[in-house]
Ligand binder design. Structure first.
Ligand code: AMP
Ligand code: MN
Ligand code: MN
Length: 335
């Protein structure tokens, strides 16, 4: 695992100063954007607009998941497969993005691009000119709060709602082991800034359409438990499931965490065929402390990465059954 340099409290203030020193921002997060990616970007865009910055939001997903359409400036999102990263005076900001290949393409690390990387992935490659990376943060949103707080940026109710969304989603609603006392202190601060937590969580989790549940009912009977005392679980989802359910790839959000609620299971994988792109297969992994291998171990074996206990990979030309077999063989050989 690529080791990130030790995080230093001064990185927070330095990141804030860099934000203040630039009037034009292009903000981006990782592909297949999740609640932390979108919550962090919308928080920073909101704070930036409040401070008079000109901001743009780019991303490599054709569309963002509708779940997060309640967040401010969701409509500003611009889909770009690649950018030239050469606008004079522009600050290119990456949030929740562990390396330059996980987002909009075209970022050449050898060009010393005017860029800022704020992230919490332990395998972040520190690809930007300036990096504020703390792998102990539950979420990028938690770290971004600390950047904004260090620089005395105003945390308005809107900014607080975005940050709350990011922290809530990446900490599994404050249930994952990345949730710290500091996470809760920051959440308390966000609630004091006006967040109505019950209202926000209604948007984030009480939002499943019948189509999403239908997709899960196709996938779950394929759940395979294996290994000593059935500590491993794999679920396969095919493109045809999405067609029959009448939904898209974003409908798998939350499914890995649901499978992780199975008693006795230590590591789970979902193997999903992208219905929109032939041959593309998404892998999601989750693991518990007692697992003989971490989610990160198996994700990196499959060419991806992420966190120790929540990780993923994208296979460009693959087959669901073959990918699942490789994962199963890897897990059985590492018990
Ligand atoms: P997911 O299972 O999609 O919720 O992702 C879990 C974690 O793994 C997140 O922190 C992702 O950023 C990370 N992750 C997902 N896919 C990849 C990938 N292809 N490469 C590196 N990290 C990934
Ligand atoms: Mn993310
Ligand atoms: Mn994150």
């Amino acid at each position: 695992m690529t080791k990130t340099k030790n995080f230093n409290e001064q990185d927070l203030l330095r990141a804030s100063e860099t934000l203040k020193a630039h009037d034009n921002w292009s903000v981006m997060a990782h592909r297949k954007a999740d609640g932390d990616a979108i919550g962090s970007v919308s928080a920073l865009i909101t704070a930036g607009l409040n401070a008079g910055k000109r901001v743009k939001w780019f991303g490599a997903d054709p569309e963002l998941p509708v779940t997060y359409s309640f967040l401010p400036h969701y409509d500003r999102y611009i889909y770009r497969d690649s950018l030239s990263f050469d606008e004079p005076g522009e600050l290119y900001i990456f949030l929740d993005c562990s390396n330059e290949n996980r987002g909009v393409q075209g970022f050449d690390v050898s060009r010393n691009i005017n860029s800022l990387n704020i992230d919490h992935h332990g395998d972040n490659t520190l690809f930007a000119r300036e990096n504020c990376v703390d792998s102990l943060s539950s979420s990028t949103a938690e770290l971004l709060f600390r950047v904004l707080y260090a620089g005395n940026w105003e945390i308005t109710k809107q900014v607080a709602e975005c940050l709350y969304t990011g922290i809530f989603t990446d900490s599994g609603g404050f249930t994952f082991s990345n949730t710290s006392a500091l996470t809760h202190l920051i959440i308390a601060n966000l609630i004091e800034s006006g967040v109505d937590s019950a209202h926000i969580t209604d948007f984030i989790i009480q939002n499943k359409t019948p189509e999403i549940i239908k997709l899960w009912t196709y996938a779950l009977p394929r759940l395979k438990l294996f290994g000593h005392e059935n500590i491993f679980a794999v679920v396969k989802i095919y493109a045809d499931d999405f067609d029959r359910a009448g939904t898209d790839i974003s409908a798998t959000t939350g499914l890995p965490n649901l499978i992780m609620t199975l008693r006795g299971v230590k590591l789970i994988a979902t193997v999903t065929e992208n219905p929109a792109r032939n041959g593309e297969v998404f892998l999601s992994f989750r693991s518990r402390e007692q697992s003989p291998v971490t989610a990160w171990n198996v994700a990196s074996f499959m060419g991806g990465g992420g966190h120790q206990r929540a990780a993923g990979a994208t296979l460009k030309k693959a087959n669901v059954d073959e990918a699942a077999s490789r994962i199963e063989a890897y897990l059985l050989s590492h018990e």
